[in-house]
Design a binder for this molecule. Structure first.
Ligand code: NAD
Length: 388
């Protein structure tokens, strides 16, 4: 049992000294004062892992050489001291083994996407999560933006009518040259099938686009036709892809994700068109949601304003005019997860639906999407159903 004053204790796997997303997780986990990092296994090298833990000011005996030791030793600590959940921020190929080990030992899990490196693993992980009764959060962080929630609420209200078309894009340009050959760590593992999985671009950012489309529309992607490319000479995995989408219920769409779109940064953007209206949101201008209604001038919704839905308002952290950015949106996912854990740990079992954050089902959808893209592209963009 925990009291309202107790912090939710987090252990971390991955996120060592030169990692990208681990530092983001530590920062956003701390943002609402609900979560405390108490231990970690931060790198594959045991000595570096322990010394990095020391540099973060952790108790020396809780700076672990590897995740197996961390999970075993934490499980042996008295309940009021041991970590309560594991945050997984390693490259993709490690996610499944760490999540499985944590669940087996009775720890809740928060994991980076993609949930695993194969659909088979993702389905197996879903079974383990369900059987364990433990909580699992997948950090599809873009769902944490207030204006994304406003968009979802507008669609769910029926104001835009049945959705007919979705256009979602995630262009980046950082792999326009062979960055992986310069020793750049993040490019190194993303372009390596043994660590990234069967796709680079679609796994890394295509899944964010797919998740955003399903999250806002409330529709499930049914089948797709994908044309993936490897523009970087000698690359074995895709660095660009164009995908046609068919959703259950008849909506259609287009998804394009790219790492070779020279000059692009992180231009995730989405447009949805329904029978009575449409909307548009861009990650690089996150405070603005443009809404169209048939026969009326378009409207601009802005974060921080009183007219937003209660859920979108609750996700705004700043007065209007200050940017609700990447970190705040990411922190909203952590805050929802911490609230759900607090409910469970304080004896209120809560229902599945009390989980207001992406979960293992989103993970399965992501892997179904990746594998359908790869399979379709190998068959000259044949229409391919999503499995799982
Ligand atoms: P990274 O290479 O920068 O960091 C990975 C870290 O994991 C490194 O510190 C590495 O030493 C450590 N590591 C590797 N093997 C380990 C092991 N066996 N035990 C402990 N630590 C180990 O990678 P990154 O860019 O931070 O990506 C990590 C994960 O986060 C990936 O799954 C990626 O898809 C995801 N990611 C998500 C977002 C997002 O927006 N949600 C953004 C970036 C990355």
């Amino acid at each position: 049992m925990i009291t309202p004053e107790t912090k939710i204790r987090m252990g971390m796997v991955g996120g060592g000294p030169d990692a990208f997303i681990g530092q983001v997780h530590r920062c956003v986990a701390a943002m609402d004062g609900q979560i405390e990092l108490v231990c970690g296994a931060f790198c594959s090298d045991p000595a570096r892992s322990e010394s990095f833990g020391h540099s973060l000011g952790l108790e020396p005996e809780r700076c672990y050489p590897d995740f197996q030791t961390m999970i075993a030793r934490e499980a042996a600590l008295p309940p009021e001291r041991r970590m309560l959940f594991v945050a997984i921020v390693t490259p993709n190929h490690m996610h499944f083994a760490i999540a499985e080990c944590a669940l087996k030992a009775g720890f809740h899990v928060l994991s980076e996407k993609p949930a695993t490196v194969s659909l088979e693993q993702a389905c197996a992980l879903r079974d383990r999560v369900r059987a364990s009764g433990l909580k699992y959060c997948l950090t599809h962080n873009y769902t944490g933006y207030p204006m994304v929630r406003q968009a979802r609420d507008l669609v769910a209200s029926g104001e835009l009518g049945a959705i007919r078309k979705i256009v979602v894009e995630y262009p980046q340009g950082w792999l326009a040259s062979m960055v992986e050959q310069t020793g750049q760590k993040q490019a190194g593992w993303r372009t390596d099938p043994t660590r990234a999985g069967s796709s680079n671009c679609m796994g890394d950012i295509g899944t964010h686009a797919e998740n955003l489309a399903e999250h806002i529309s409330g529709l499930r992607l049914k089948e797709l036709a994908a044309d993936l490319s490897r523009f970087g000479e000698g690359r074995t995995l895709d660095d660009d892809g164009n995908v046609l989408l068919r959703f259950e219920g008849g909506a259609k769409g287009v998804l394009h994700a790219s790492q070779i779109s020279t000059g692009e940064e992180n231009d995730l953007n989405i447009r949805l068109y329904g029978e009575k209206g449409g909307l548009q949101w861009k990650q690089q201008e996150p405070n603005t949601l443009i809404v169209h209604r048939l026969g009326q001038p378009s409207q601009i919704y802005r974060s921080g304003q009183d007219y937003l839905s209660p859920a979108a308002s609750s996700m705004c952290r700043l007065p209007a005019g200050h940017t609700e950015g990447y970190l705040g949106a990411f922190a909203n996912i952590y805050r929802s997860f911490a609230a759900d854990l607090r409910r469970v740990l304080s004896g209120d079992a809560g229902s599945e639906s009390s989980a207001d954050y992406p979960g293992i089902e989103d993970g399965v959808r992501g892997l179904a999407f990746i594998e359908a893209c790869v399979k379709s592209s190998q068959s000259n963009a044949a229409w391919t159903p999503l499995q799982g």
